[in-house]
Design a protein around this ligand. Sequence first.
Ligand code: ADP
Ligand code: ZN
Length: 817
Amino acid sequence: MVYFIDVILPIPLQKAFTYHITEAEAQFLKPGMRVAVPFGKSKIYTALVYKTHNNPPTVYEAKTIHQILDEKPIITEMQLKHWEWIASYYMCSIGEVMRAAMPNAFLLESETIISKNEKAEVNDSELKDDEFLIYEALQHQTSLKIQDVVSILDRKRVLPVINGLVEKGVLNLQEELYEKYQPKLVRYIKLHQNHKSQEKLQELLELLSRAPKQREVILALFTMEASSKAPIKVSELIERSGASSSIVKTLIDKAILEEYHIRTDRIQFEGDGDADIKTLNNPQQQAFEAIETAFENKSVVLLHGVTSSGKTEIYVQRIQKELERGKQVLYLLPEIALTTQLVQRLQDYFGDKVAVFHSRYSGNERVEVWNNLLNNSEKAQVVIGARSSLLLPFNNLGLIIVDEEHEQSYKQFDPAPRYHARDAAIVLANLHKAKILLGSATPSLESYFNAIQGKYGLVELNTRYNNVLMPDIELVDLADKYKRKRMKGHFSDRLIEEMTETLEQGFQIILFQNRRGFSPIVECTTCGTSPQCPNCDVSLTYHQYRDQLRCHYCGYNSVMLKNCQACGNATLDTKGFGTEQIEEEVKVLFPEKKVARMDLDTTRGKYGFEKIITSFEQREIDILVGTQMLTKGLDFRYVKLVGIMNADNLLNFPDFRAHERSYQLMAQVSGRAGRTDLRGKVLIQTYNPHHNILQQVSTNAYKEMYAEQMNDRYNYKYPPIYRLIKITLKHKDYNRVNLAADWYAKSLRQVFKANVLGPEFPPVSRIRNLFIKNILVKIPQNQSLTKTKDAILKVDNSFNAVKDFRSVRVVLNVDNY
Ligand code: ADP
Ligand code: ZN
C-alpha cells in the first residue's frame, strides 16, 4: 500500500497539495497536525494535514514530507469545516483562510526570518547542540533565513529546532522584531532548602538577630507563607517587609532565600473577577427573558436596544449562564478601540477566564490564547476579539455575541478571505449548535430584515438605563449661519454656546469629524492647482502637525509646499477640514481647556487607544475630537455634549449604503451623550437640515429610516433584497484594465444579462499606481448562489487563459460592503 496526504498550504492554491508518506506516518498523522513540506524549487512551508489516502496525484510526482511538527492536531475538525465554508462562500482558497487564522509563530517557512531576542537571558549550557549552533550563528549575524539554518545544521529538518528556540524565547520571528517579544518571567522567592526544618529556622533567626532588617524580611515571608499557599513574588515581599531590594539580594547571596522564576502568560488579567454582576432593571430583565424565549426555536437573535439601554449588562448575564454550563463564549467587537473598556468590565466579573485576541497582540500572545482554547482551558472561557478571533480553535462553544453588529469593519476588505465576521459567526455558531446574539442600537438593514422575516428572533429595548432621556438633537443650518456671519472657523454660534455651558458645568464634550488631518485639499488660489498623490488618483491631505502632505490611500508623504508647483506663487490655501483643524480651532476658542484627538494618527501602537480613552474617562481631557473611531460603543460617564461638525460629507458619499451608514454613525455618536443621569445634547451642523436622514436621526426614528431605505433597496435591487458580488480588476496600464474589464463584463452579461453593472471606475480610480475598475453582479433571491459563483469562476478561468490579461489582478468580493 502507498500512502499520501493532502495538505493545506498557507498560499492561494486552488487545490490541496499531495505528498507521499510512509505507512507509519499515515497511521500517526491526523487532520489538523502540522507538517513541514518542500514546495516549488527550494521553499519550505508549514502545512496542515487535511486528509490521508492512497491515491497518487495524477499530474505531478508527490514529494515526501520533511517532517511532522505536532504530536496532536492544533486545529479542530470543526475549525476545518468552518474554514472550508469561508473559502467556498467568499471564493478564496482554504490556504488563505489558514493564513488569516493562524498566528505566524505556527507557520514557519523558508522565507521566515529569525533573529536573536536581545532581551532574553540565555544560558548556553541549557541549549541542545543544534540549538546552540543556531544561537551561536546569531552572535555573528543579525538574522537568518530558515534556509541558512538548513545549511548550518546540514540537514533538511530544522523547523522543530527553531520552534523550540522560539518557545524558549531565544529567537524572534520577523514580525516580532518590532514587538521585541520576551517571555514574561516573574521573580518569586522562598526560603532556601537548607533552612526548611524547625531547628534550622530557629538557628537562622538567632543568627540574624544582629541584622534586624534581614530578620524582618524572613519574618514577613513566614507570615505570608502562613496566610496563603500561593507562590510569593519578590515584589510582594519587598512591599510587605518594607525592606529594600538590596537586602533581599543579600539574603539570596547568603543562600538563606532562594529565588525562582515562573513564566506567566503575557495576557495578564487585571480585574479581580469578584465584582458582582449587576442586577438587571425591569426592561433589561424582560429583554433578557425574551432573548431566552427566542433562543428556544431560533439560533440567532437580534437585540435592538437604543444606545445606553444596558445591552452589555444583558450580554454579561447571558455569558454567565454559558459559563455555568461550562461552555466557551466568543464576544466579537468591530474594532479593537472598544476592547479597552469592555475587557476591563468583563474581567471585573469573570477574572482571568477572559482572554483577548486581536491583531495588535504579538504572535506569542496569540499563540497562548490559541492553546488555551484548544485545551478548553479555564483561561479562555470568554474570548473577546475582533474579526479574526472567530477563526480560533473553539471546541466547546456555547454562545457568540456580535456587538455593534451593523459595523462595516466586520467585513474584511483586503486580503482574502474577504469574509463578513457577523455572517461567518452565524455559520460557526450553527456548526457548534451554539446560540448567537447580535446586538446594536442601529441594526444593519440586513439583520433587521432577517429579523422581520422571522429568520432571526427580534428583541427590542427602547429605554435607556436609569430612564435617562435620549439626547436632545438639534440641527444647525450652516448656510444660514454663514450668511448671517454666525460662524467662528467651523463652529456655529450655537455650538460655541452649548460648549461653553457644558464646560462651565464641568462636563465633557465629543466633537466628531469624519476626516483626519488638517485639510483634505490644498489649492492654489492663483491657478487652482492642487497637489495630487503621484501614485493614486486623489489629492493629498495636509497634516499640520508634521507639516506634511499625505496620501491616505498609499501612505505617500512629502513636506508641505511653500509655493504652488504649477504657477510658483505662494498662494496655497486649504479647503475642507479634518480633525486636526478642529482641534486647532478648539484650542483657540477654549484656550484654558484640555483638548485631545482620537484618530488613526494618534492611536498607533498596542496601547494607543487605551491612553486616550483612559485619560478621557479620568476627565483629564475636556474635549475629545475624533473620527468614527469614537462613535462605537464607548461608555463615558461625563459626556454631555456631542457636536457633529459636518453631516453632509457623510450623506453625500457615493455608495448605496451611504444613508444607512450616516444614520448609524450619527445615532451612535449621539448615543455617547448623557449616558448616566443627565440628558445629553447633540448638535448636528449641516447645509441640509431638511434631509430625511437627519430628521430621522434627530427623532430617533430607526424604523422610519429602515422602511425608507428598504424601499430604495427594493426599487434599485440592492441588498438585502439582492446579493452582490463585486469584481475588481487592477492593472498599472490604463488601457489594459479597460480592455480586460470590458471583456470580463461582456462574458458575465452573457450569463447574467441585466444583472451586471459596470465596468466602472470607482471614485478613487487609481491606488498605488494601479488603475481600478469594478463590475457588480446582482443576484436575485431566487437565483442559486452556488451556481452564480460557479458561473463567475468559469468566466474567471477563461479570463485568465487570455494571454494579455494574465497580469491583470482580479479580486472577487462576495457580499461586498
Ligand atoms: P449599551 O451597551 O446598551 O450602550 P451599557 O451596557 O454600556 O449600554 O450601559 C450603559 C451604562 O449603564 C453603563 O455605564 C452601565 O454600567 C450602566 N448600566 C446598565 N445596566 C445596568 C444595571 N442593570 N445596573 C447598573 N448599571 C447599569
Ligand atoms: Zn497615494
